[in-house]
Design a protein around this ligand. Structure first.
Ligand code: UD1
Ligand code: MG
Length: 378
């Protein structure tokens, strides 16, 4: 039974070392690139620390092209640091795959998809791509991964339905590939819209990343065939450096943010998590790890479909007198949490989201390992 894990000690150790190196290289390069991005006018205003009036004055000053006053200089934060950690990540993963002796053909599609989505995110940060183009382009981004997909094309039928269907597995073929593309697109966009308070994008991604890593390690102990072992190994090699570079980014992005991560990071992070899940064939468990994002997506639907008015930024409202955030009546999980637990400080709100994400991970493991056994045999 330990066969899977024994053969994987070397690749996992190599990926772990590269994860640590990725962390330090990111720590080394984020500060200088922050300055460069700022000089290139790639920055954003920290919304939850400003009033509407300040933001209006700021955008006037920005349009006029005049030098910022010192007050404005304090409010702007370099944006899009995801491109730095994403670049470092790609180098780390390529090195890890080569050194660990994982055949590149097994990971080609995964790496290409991650690279394309990182590029799409960065282009979006710089050029502000419209929603519909982003969706179409992310479908193209998922293609390299899907074309190299080697998992099953069937879904397991729950035990009570087997008599009606007549078998334990139902072959759905190409439809399954469509589902996998949808998982990719969902993961990237759902992280991107659970955003807007300092540290929340990286925080949630780190929790899901670590939970995915644990899941793959647990599974490795159970599998005994070559193909599945290899799939979990690739997923682990993809996840470890992601966790390393994200920790570095977290240090700069947590409250009070010294950098913003940009869509380059949210797209990159969502894609790494989806790619790992699809490569190692655990998309259902992955979706369980995305419960907070699914909730946020569902309560966002009326605004996403413009049934209710959708402002450019759906963030809570800042009350300067008390320095807390309050429900702004936009349909997001952030506002829902403020409604349930009352007004709170920005740092606290991020922590609450992260704790909720951790609780959901535990729940996901419970559903996967205990409840799923009742409807599917393990
Ligand atoms: C998504 C959300 C949007 C949210 C934004 C925040 C939807 C449909 N879109 O848009 O509602 O406002 O993310 O990232 O739900 N910012 C902060 N504090 C932070 C993080 C970001 O003030 O902690 C602001 C900064 O001005 C930053 C900007 O958000 O420049 C980045 O927004 P961007 O990632 O471009 O927004 P979207 O992903 O399009
Ligand atoms: Mg974003």
């Amino acid at each position: 039974i330990l066969h899977g894990i024994e053969n994987s000690v070397r690749p996992i150790s190599i990926a772990a070392v590269l994860s640590v190196i990725g962390y330090f290289v990111s720590m080394r390069f984020i500060p200088p690139v922050m300055q460069i991005l700022f000089d290139r006018n790639i920055y954003g205003i920290d919304i939850n620390k400003t009033t509407v009036e300040t933001r209006q004055q700021f955008s006037k000053a920005r349009k006029s092209g005049a030098e910022f006053s010192d007050t404005f200089k304090k409010l702007v934060v370099p944006e899009s640091l995801g491109i730095v950690v994403g670049g470092i990540y790609l180098c780390a993963v390529l090195l890890a795959l080569i050194l660990a002796g994982v055949p590149l053909t097994k990971a080609n599609g995964a790496v290409t998809t991650i690279a394309v989505m990182l590029l799409l995110g960065f282009v979006d940060d710089v050029l502000d791509v419209r929603w519909r183009y982003k969706l179409i382009l992310s479908v193209f981004g998922a293609m390299p991964l899907i074309m190299g997909y080697e998992g099953a094309l069937s879904v397991a039928v729950p035990i009570p339905l087997r008599d009606y269907i007549g078998s334990a597995f139902l072959y759905i073929g190409p439809l399954y590939l469509v589902y996998l593309v949808a998982v990719c697109v969902f993961c990237t966009n759902s992280i991107n819209i659970l955003a807007g308070v300092n540290g929340v994008e990286v925080g949630q991604s780190l929790v899901i990343g670590i939970a995915s890593l644990v899941y793959n390690l647990v599974q490795l102990r159970h599998v005994d065939d070559q193909t599945t072992t290899e799939q979990h190994r690739v997923a682990i090699v993809l996840l470890l450096p992601f966790i390393g570079v994200s920790f570095a980014l977290w240090k700069f992005n947590r409250y009070p943010s010294r950098v913003f991560v940009g869509d380059s990071y949210t797209y990159f992070a969502g894609t790494v998590l989806a790619v790992a899940g699809i490569t190692a064939v655990y998309s259902k468990t992955l979706l369980l790890l995305f419960i907070p994002q699914i909730i946020n997506f569902v309560i966002s639907l009326p605004q996403l479909f413009h049934i209710i008015e959708c402002p450019r930024h759906r963030v809570p409202r800042w009350i300067p007198e008390r320095n807390v955030l309050t429900n702004s009546r936009n349909g997001t999980i952030l506002n829902a949490l403020l409604m349930v637990f009352g007004d709170m400080h920005e740092r606290r709100l991020t922590n609450v989201v992260i704790v909720f994400q951790i609780v959901c991970s535990v729940l996901a493991f419970y559903i996967r390992y205990v409840l799923a056994g009742l409807v599917f045999e393990r």
